[in-house]
Ligand binder design. Sequence first.
Ligand code: PAF
Length: 285
Amino acid sequence: MKSFKSPKGLQRWSLEMRTQGTPVALVPTMGFLHQGHISLMRRARRAVGKSGKVVVSIYVNPSQFGKGEDFKTYPRNLTRDLQLCGQEKVDAVFIPDNAAMYPGDYSTFVLEEDVSSSLEAVTRPTHFRGVTTIVCQLFNIAQPEVAIFGEKDFQQAITIKRMVRDLHLPVRILIAPTCREQDGLAMSSRNAYLSPNQRQQATVLYQMILRARELVNQGKPSSWNPVRLQKALEPMLLETPGVRLDYLAFVDSEHLRPMQRVTRGCRMLLAAYLGSTRLIDNARL
Ligand code: PAF
């Protein structure tokens, strides 16, 4: 497995791959890899085949964390991450440092202004500017033909798709399904912050999605007023007092606009705090 620390080093290698006609798939991560990331790597391998190259970037991107957020404490374990990438037969890892990605006089940012301006952005107003900026850098460095993102971060995936479309970036975006623990909790590096009790309570997020799906799919009424649907889910939160809802929304999957009526096929997104840990989840209803 090749390992690159310098953007120029990876870019040179990727351009060489491109010249040879070897497709490159990129899996951008912030490390502390779990089964969800592994499923992205496998999806990447399927996308480019045995003769293609899978590149995993491991970089905790400071510009997507707001003031007071968990940049410093974000879980890290590079040794284990490299082991997992090796086991998955990844061809190359990219592990830059902050000086390489954001030199002292760094001054260029990428801003998507539609799909990234609601939902997560209310609590994390600078988050997606950081994500689009780093992902754009990674695309220019790794020159991937295809890049894989998890459905778990649905707004992020839609934002990146929009950036790619608007800026004519020559990369295909694949969204891979959310990986869940046996009890339904969406896999996330941040789950490591939860106490055993919080870990148990966190399953309410997925329970709410299942309940909403059940209500919307039972066909009576044939469509739901979003406020009424939210009210129908609220008792589940009252039963789990350790969970504080940040937002719950029913939107269309392309523009992330709020639905006047919720029907089968709408996207439900929610974010909640367990103590100081903020978790998100979403699904198609
Ligand atoms: O989803 C993540 O882990 C990050 O937001 C990403 C896409 C790697 C950018 O830092």
